[in-house]
Design a binder for this molecule. Structure first.
Ligand SMILES: C[S@@+](CC[C@H](N)C(=O)[O-])C[C@H]1O[C@@H](n2cnc3c(N)ncnc32)[C@H](O)[C@@H]1O
Length: 261
């Protein structure tokens, strides 16, 4: 999978994604990260890429021209990198913006199927709308807050997508349960020592009895999701028995509230 990032701060991207798990994935050739500096495509003698907004208002806006030129250069580069030109199709261009759909695990899974992805990182007050109309295919936000630039959102997304690519993690997570899969949070995890400051690891995890461990983990997942993200449960795929367990949890909570009054 090839990630391409149009940014004013390529060093920020390369430094961060070049370390830890994504760094190893780059070294192994499982992913590639190519950050293009939009400033290199400015015709201005001072390499300026922003200007005042038409109509007035605070802040500056990234100009259309350098963004469009950097995009053209990048698409050409991607085209030339294909051994067979017939394999080339224009990659999706994700403009990371607080005005986009909120990124989630399902989107990460869907995007991990692409061969190439382009991320456009805005700065200042954003990017001239006209170039967005021409090149952006997706508008994605990482949450309802405003950051100073699109580099962190692009990296958040690239990290989440990368770990879904086979071989990036040591274990294959497609067969492992983890948070947000099936709209449930992951069960609690423990490692050695068996007792930490008087707290013991739940007995069942020491039995080696796989079916019992699975059953315990599933219940813990439901309980945890109920306690921390009850909004997810509506879409969770629960059995009849699990629904009854959930009803008992809800009943118990209501009872506790009533009882404590
Ligand atoms: C200060 S923000 C501009 C916000 C813009 N004035 C608005 O109200 O939509 C600068 C850049 O940071 C990025 N950004 C900020 N918050 C983001 C978020 N929550 N998700 C994704 N990108 C974000 C975008 O690329 C944006 O162009």
């Amino acid at each position: 999978m090839n990630f391409h990032i149009l940014t004013l701060f390529p060093e920020m991207i390369m430094q961060s994604l070049g370390t830890s798990i994504t760094g190893r994935a780059i070294d192994k050739g499982l992913i590639s990260v190519n950050a293009i500096n939009i400033r290199d495509f400015s015709d201005d003698k001072h390499k300026k890429v922003d200007d005042y907004p038409y109509g007035g208002g605070a802040g500056m806006v990234m100009q259309a021209e350098p963004v469009y030129k950097s995009y053209g250069y990048l698409v050409n580069h991607i085209k030339l990198s294909k051994e067979n030109p017939a394999d080339f199709k224009k990659p999706r261009v994700i403009y990371v913006t607080p005005q986009g759909s909120i990124f989630n695990q399902e989107m990460a899974k869907e995007l991990s199927q692409e061969e190439d992805l382009i991320f456009l990182c805005g700065h200042y007050e954003g990017v001239d709308e006209r170039v967005l109309n021409m090149i952006a295919t997706d508008y994605i936000s990482i949450g309802d807050y405003v950051l100073t630039g699109g580099e962190l959102p692009a990296m958040v997304m690239i990290d989440a997508i990368s770990r879904l690519i086979p071989g990036v993690l040591n274990n294959d997570i497609s067969s492992e349960f983890e948070s947000l899969q099936d709209n449930l949070l992951e069960y609690p995890q423990y490692t050695r020592p068996e007792i930490f400051m008087g707290q013991k690891v739940p007995e069942v995890l020491l039995t080696g009895h796989h079916a019992k461990i699975e059953a315990w983990r599933r219940k813990q997942s439901i309980l945890r999701t109920y306690e921390r993200r009850p909004d997810l449960l509506e879409k969770a795929n629960l059995t009849e028995e699990e629904r009854e367990y959930l009803t008992r949890l809800i009943f118990q909570k209501n009872y506790d509230i009533y009882d404590s009054k």
